[in-house]
Design a protein around this ligand. Sequence first.
Ligand SMILES: Cc1cc2nc3c(=O)[nH]c(=O)nc-3n(C[C@H](O)[C@H](O)[C@H](O)COP(=O)(O)OP(=O)(O)OC[C@H]3O[C@@H](n4cnc5c(N)ncnc54)[C@H](O)[C@@H]3O)c2cc1C
Length: 415
Amino acid sequence: MTSEKALAADGCVVIVGASLAGLRAAEALRTEGFSGRVVLIGDEPHRPYDRPPLSKQVLMGKWAPEKTELAGEARLAELGLELALGQRAVGFDAERLRVDLEDGSSVEGDGVIVATGARVRHLPGTEGDPGVLTLRTLDDAVTLRAAILAAGPEARVVVVGAGFIGAEVASACADLASEVTVIEATDVPLAPILGEEVGAACAALHATKGVALRTGVGVERLVAPKDGKPGEVVLADGTVLAADMIVVGIGVLPNLAWLDDSGLLLGDGVECDEALFAADGVVAAGDVARWRWRHGPFDERVRIEHWQIAADSGAAAAHSLLAGRAAAEPFNPVPYFWSDQYGVKLQVLGHPGPDDDMVEVVEGSLESQRFVALYGRAGRLSAVVAMSRPRQLMAYRPLLVAEASWDEARAVDLA
Ligand SMILES: Cc1cc2nc3c(=O)[nH]c(=O)nc-3n(C[C@H](O)[C@H](O)[C@H](O)COP(=O)(O)OP(=O)(O)OC[C@H]3O[C@@H](n4cnc5c(N)ncnc54)[C@H](O)[C@@H]3O)c2cc1C
């Protein structure tokens, strides 16, 4: 029965999505003493694995794909999970807390955790085309690595999209192929998130390994490489680029199709309250969740597609479910994100965005690709972005936790 009350320790929790957020939720349930059934449903055949290494160590051949595993057989057994891997959830009834699976079976819980993450966006008309590669899953990474090796060191690679994934893929390919070109529709990559100046500093990284970046131009059409014959990417300005390999990284969409008739409120994600509840007995976490985030004077609805948020919200969603809606605590993180490209670590603390009205480099310089930049909104510190400055970045974490003012942040002595 759904209620606002705490979940009985011997009830049943169904987690849909067997990746980072889902696994962290399962672990938190057990850490909190939940002794009932935990059913973990995932449509991929693999045990939970980590995605960040896919575009880094796995693509570069530094890690075997198996090394990305987040929990092996022994750990999953220790957690006492009922695993339903390779099983897609196709429907959900939020009243009855019933999840319907592709094989026709259903599972009912006393609580449900929605952790179905996100899937890649495709360029129109390219979905399912094996010659147009994307990167979200372990299988994608294995395919991508095999394709770049098969294409050989003389390969011409075109990457569509200069966001974090596109940049990491281009960076990895730059070590393996002779010619890498990145196409970006906006004038300055990442500017909507990091602003024009820091976005430009990120764009400059491509040149450090000879990767060509074409900005402010979209893709008009493309012909995928096939049977050893090169393809081509035709840009909106008429340029034709020959391509032995095409990779598209133009963002992701939350996995919501199975929730269409669930009764949950859906938008750009599963709409949740500040404790991650989407309905009584239903919480959401990770890339699929859009929740009310109140911090300082700000009250926003956010969906954040980052590792740390997925991990932390998975645990927080489990805590909320156990506590019950009436007693649950708000999920109030300091977001953290990193990206490794071209030998540089880019790190972001807080949540920079288009509403920021101040950006100031307080250490190093954008040109040197070693810097710390502060972001401010309405007189407060909203985020800190650093390149190759991990220690200095972390000095600002307590200030973000304390919702410090812009002036307090500027007064920090990094020496
Ligand atoms: C290549 C790559 C590199 C990244 N690098 C970084 C990085 O450097 N730093 C960083 O902060 N973040 C990075 N991220 C983002 C980070 O990995 C994600 O934020 C995180 O994986 C989100 O976890 P999640 O559990 O919410 O969702 P996901 O990892 O997307 O997992 C959701 C799971 O649910 C499954 N699922 C979906 N629908 C259904 C269904 N109907 N039934 C059953 N199962 C279903 C999916 O197949 C998937 O296995 C990267 C992501 C990728 C893809």
